[in-house]
Design a protein around this ligand. Structure first.
Ligand code: GAP
Length: 557
């Protein structure tokens, strides 16, 4: 990972935000190459979700085309949106601060932590192993204590556990003992010190709420009425515009609304490069369908979204599709699957979320109609009431029911939501592409070669054009080819500086799939060399066919 981060900075993919002031934690800037790469990721997503999608047919029932449309909504929405959606209440974590080291922790991650000083002793006691007992020794404890298998899973949204091996869950894991049994024994012997700081063992403050939404004020006066939030997801922009899109675009259910845009979350521990940032970009689509067809559409989008990453080059075991267990599902979800990637900063066997595909039922449209929903004792979604029996957070009161003018049926559509992160996808494509091999240099000696084997659709430059030497008309001819490519809308780079081998290597390192070299033969036979980044194969093609050939290769021909 360190090599990838270094490459990103050295070659202008990603910089720390405000770096000259020491950086700003959780914020990142994309340099010239990163901007191209991320734009290509976004374009590939939008192309797949909207542009090339209109002619597809429903997975069940009578074949019919369905519409996919785009939208671009405001980053700051009416504050009531976040109250009705549940973000105002639920997008908050109970946090505790250590009185000694002042670090902040999520309360559910520190409950049951063992204090450092009590570490082995309390476990021995908890498990009824006295001093003389050898059921497990200090060494074996240490051995499994370093095994952090569950660290990420303990904190899927906010990985706060600095030392996950010290949690009771990891302890139970290491001892191959059911978690409940460990807790029972620990509690019975008083061996568990509750609420100890996982970093230093110090005392923690009482839990208090911490909302992940960034707050701001609209207008000149900073009053409660003027309090607003930077959106923590793009999705609500689609839900609140459902009726507008239906009324203005003549779309018919099933149809999808897609949006790419920035979202903001005041993550407590932004980390792992761009993986968890405070400002990031989402690529979300809300697909509105008939409730009776929603399960099939869920399966359709889940599989289709997984395929998208595969088609763009993540073909091996680093990519998985993981269906959530029932106890992992959001309170409104009938089914959710994550597309996950084995990022190099994770431990072997661990995966990080790239995208969630969720069956959201009618939760969102209902919330914006009726008010914030909660599950009742029977598991039914009902409007949450305050002490006086009024909705705690009111919805818009607008009727969002859909009327099918063919079947004359009225219903609230169900929603399937593939929600991806543009920054995480970009990072995964970078990690997957990073490769080091050995190739002979200009003198024939083997040298390490760093290559980004990016899918040509994603590569920042599709082609680089070089004159072999800076004379004999070669720069002029190379310049012509460069302009030919640019005029065809193909992102290209011109370089006449340095030994040709080094120029190739510079392009390999940034993922340029093809290099074109004008040499001594070009003047006589009108051909140039076309070199392939991955196979290193070099072929000669007519100079005036370069743009056509690159376009053909880009189209997969
Ligand atoms: N509307 C549903 C929603 O927002 P989410 O799982 O919270 O779901 C969707 O976010 C995607 O957004 C994630 O799978 C991830 O790719 C990206 N994402 C979420 N939080 C992020 C963060 N702090 N930094 C970077 N990407 C993030």
């Amino acid at each position: 990972m360190d090599d990838i981060v270094a490459l990103c900075k050295r070659r202008g993919f990603i910089f720390q935000s405000s770096e000259i002031y020491g950086g700003h934690n959780g914020f990142w800037d994309y340099g010239p190459l990163g901007t191209e790469l991320k734009r290509n990721v976004r374009n590939a997503w939008y192309h797949d979700m909207v542009t090339s999608h209109d002619e597809l047919q429903a997975p069940s029932g009578a074949p019919r085309p369905f519409q996919m449309v785009g939208i671009e909504t405001a980053l700051i929405m009416h504050p009531q949106v976040w109250r009705a959606s549940g973000h105002y209440d639920l997008f908050a974590d109970m946090m505790q601060t250590c009185r000694v080291c002042k670090k902040l922790f999520r309360a559910d991650h520190v409950a049951g932590m063992l204090r450092e000083s009590d570490w082995v002793a309390s476990l021995r006691e908890a498990l009824g192993a006295g001093d003389g007992a050898v059921a497990f020794g200090h060494d074996s404890l240490r051995q499994w204590a370093t095994h952090k298998k569950r660290g990420m899973k303990l904190a899927p949204g906010l990985a706060l556990v600095r030392e996950p091996d010290r949690t009771l869950e990891a302890t139970a894991d290491g001892l191959e003992m059911p978690f409940a049994e460990l807790l029972r024994r620990a509690a019975a012997t008083g061996g568990v010190a509750q609420d100890a700081c996982p970093a230093c063992g110090g005392d923690l403050t009482e839990p208090r709420q911490f909302n992940l939404m960034f707050e701001t004020y609209t207008g000149a006066i900073q009053t409660d009425e003027n309090r607003a939030f930077l959106r923590p997801e793009t999705a609500q922009g689609m839900f609140v515009n459902f009726k507008n899109v239906v009324d203005s675009s003549r779309v018919k259910v099933p149809f999808g609304i897609a949006q790419i845009g920035k979202s903001f979350r005041n993550e407590i521990t932004p980390r792992n490069f761009t993986f968890r940032s405070r400002e990031f970009e989402q690529m979300e689509m809300e697909f509105f369908c008939h409730p009776d067809e929603s399960r099939q559409w869920y399966a359709y989008w889940r599989d289709r979204r997984f395929r998208w990453y595969r088609d763009l080059g993540i073909t091996g075991d680093n990519l998985i599709l993981r269906d959530h267990d029932a106890d992992e599902l959001s309170h409104y979800s009938v089914g959710t699957a994550d597309v996950e990637y084995a990022f190099p900063f994770l431990d072997p066997g661990e995966f990080g979320e790239l995208e969630g595909v969720a069956h959201r039922g009618d939760f969102d449209l209902r919330s914006h109609m009726e008010g914030k929903l909660v599950k009742d004792d029977q598991g039914q979604l009902v409007v949450e009431l305050d002490a006086a029996g009024n909705p705690r957070h009111k919805g818009s009161g607008k009727n969002l029911v859909y009327f099918d003018d063919e079947t004359r049926e009225k219903y609230l559509p169900h929603v399937i939501e593939p929600a991806a992160g543009a920054d995480r996808a970009t990072l995964a494509f970078l990690c997957e592409a990073y490769y080091v091999d050995e190739q002979p240099d200009d003198s024939g000696e083997l040298q390490a070669r760093t290559v980004l084997r990016l899918h040509p659709r994603l590569a920042p430059y599709k082609a680089a054009v070089f004159p072999l030497i800076k004379k004999e008309g070669m720069p002029e001819k190379a310049g012509e080819i460069y302009r030919q490519l640019k005029r065809a809308g193909i992102q290209a780079f011109y370089d006449q500086q340095g030994a040709i081998g080094r120029r190739y290597r510079r392009q390999d390192e940034i993922g340029t799939p093809w290099c074109i070299t004008v040499d001594g033969d070009t003047a006589s036979d009108g051909t140039v060399t076309l070199r392939d980044r991955d196979s290193l194969e070099q072929v000669r093609i007519p100079a005036d066919e370069v743009a056509g050939e690159i376009a053909r290769r880009l189209a997969g021909g």
